[in-house]
Design a protein around this ligand. Structure first.
Ligand code: FE2
Length: 410
């Protein structure tokens, strides 16, 4: 994803030697080809065994040895052990985090452990397994996103599950303090906690290779989710589609209609009763913006398709809808980027209430998931990798020319 928060600085030249790299799952903000390309190919990459074939194939094409991490299978190197845990997609909603796993890293020689659920929710089964795996060693728990999903009281034998909302690490620490009797540390990117035995030996809030940009120097936080009003540009930078590309978009909408059969949206729409003639209609619409004029497409379950409709006043006429640029839908279908980028100020959606599915979380994110399009996804990864290599050779060429010029100048 192009925007991570809080913003951070990374100095690759200062990165210490790595024994292995864990890629938690195949989302762009975790499985990132330009970042992976910076790594020595001798470093093994530990990747979720549930990732698509595209991710596994791409790692191998890049020259990496990848190790598939499966829930419950312990991976060891040196004194460190990595233990992956499966989420439970039946009891908690993890959006399209299909290959996501929670991870425990523990030091068998010196004690201490670190646990993160990454992007999935911890469950009772996970906590029970975790408690067993931790034994009585000192441990750290992190939360996911900005929802504190649990708290380690530091006193109880098992882990206390609580919920709280927070906007920043400081807010989170305060909330944790209230919930957990002062067991929380506000840690931002770059912080290191050195454990020795069961004690914290030292705590550093930044390292030579990673630190968080101070609050006063941060840019405005990118908008998450949709623009309720106002103008927004295409994430792809393309404002106008050629007619052949519109055919591509229409083909994508046919695929989307097939995907929607029996889905949450389908069930919800089929559960609505609306008085004759009343607006909005109990239907779902997609409005695709284009410089030459927006086009509307109404979901028609009966024909398992989307039929063209006027785009004007869609929000007044349809109970649920999503609007984005046509070029962005086409780009997501080609695998140029993940649909998550549309949620960063490049789209908007509406629905009457939360009983109606979120068009992104429940529809577009899972629709475009790599596991649904592994071939297209591999093609996109290859294109991205070729672009990274090309840019690098351009930089190297420029550096060589500059050196030649320096030598010539004496
Ligand atoms: Fe994710």
């Amino acid at each position: 994803m192009p925007a991570v928060w809080p913003p951070r600085e990374f100095r690759f030249s200062e990165l210490p030697a790595l024994d292995a790299v864990v890629v938690s799952h195949e989302h762009e903000d975790h499985f990132n080809i330009p970042s992976l390309h910076m790594l020595d190919r001798g470093i093994p990459i530990l990747m979720s065994s549930r990732a698509s074939f595209a991710a596994q194939a791409m790692l191998s094409e890049m020259g990496f040895r990848s190790v598939a991490l499966a829930p419950g299978e312990v991976f060891s190197f040196g004194d460190l052990q990595i233990v992956p845990f499966s989420p439970d997609h039946l009891v908690s909603f993890n959006a399209d985090e299909w290959d996501g796993m929670a991870l425990l890293a523990r030091d068998r020689a010196n004690g201490g452990a670190f646990f993160t659920p990454v992007d999935v929710f911890p469950t009772k089964d996970m906590v029970a397994r975790l408690v067993k795996a931790l034994g009585d060693s000192a441990h750290f728990l992190t939360h996911m996103s900005e929802k504190l999903s649990w708290v380690d009281t530091g006193a109880a034998e098992s882990l206390l599950t609580k919920k709280a909302e927070a906007e920043s690490s400081q807010d989170e620490a305060q909330a944790l303090d209230r919930l957990a009797m002062g067991a929380a540390l506000a840690i931002e990117p770059g912080a290191s906690v050195i454990l020795s035995g069961d004690q914290i030996a030292s705590l550093k809030f930044s390292t030579e290779f990673l630190w968080t940009v101070p609050e006063r120097s941060r840019p405005e936080r990118p908008l998450w989710r949709h623009h309720p009003d106002g103008e927004y540009g295409p994430a792809s930078g393309v404002a106008r589609l050629a007619e052949p590309e519109w055919r591509e978009v229409e083909a994508c909408l046919r695929e989307l209609a097939q995907f929607l059969y029996g889905s949450l949206l389908y069930k919800r729409l089929y559960s609505l009763t609306v008085d004759t003639g009343a607006l909005p209609q109990p239907k779902f619409v997609i409005v695709l913006r284009d410089q030459a004029g927006a086009r509307g497409f109404e979901y028609d379950p009966g024909s398992c398709g989307f039929k063209p409709v006027p785009a004007a006043e869609a929000q007044r006429r349809y109970v649920c809808g999503v609007e984005c640029w046509a070029s962005d839908l086409a780009a997501a279908r080609r695998g140029v980027f993940e649909p998550r980028i549309l949620s960063l100020g490049h789209s908007r959606f509406w629905r009457p209430d939360k009983s109606m599915p979120d068009p992104f979380l429940h529809i577009l994110w899972p629709f475009f998931h790599p596991q649904r399009w592994p071939q297209e996804c591999l093609h996109a990864y290859r294109t991205q990798y070729a672009g990274v290599c090309q840019a690098e050779s351009g930089i190297l060429h420029g550096q060589a020319q500059a050196r030649t010029a320096e030598v010539a100048a004496g």
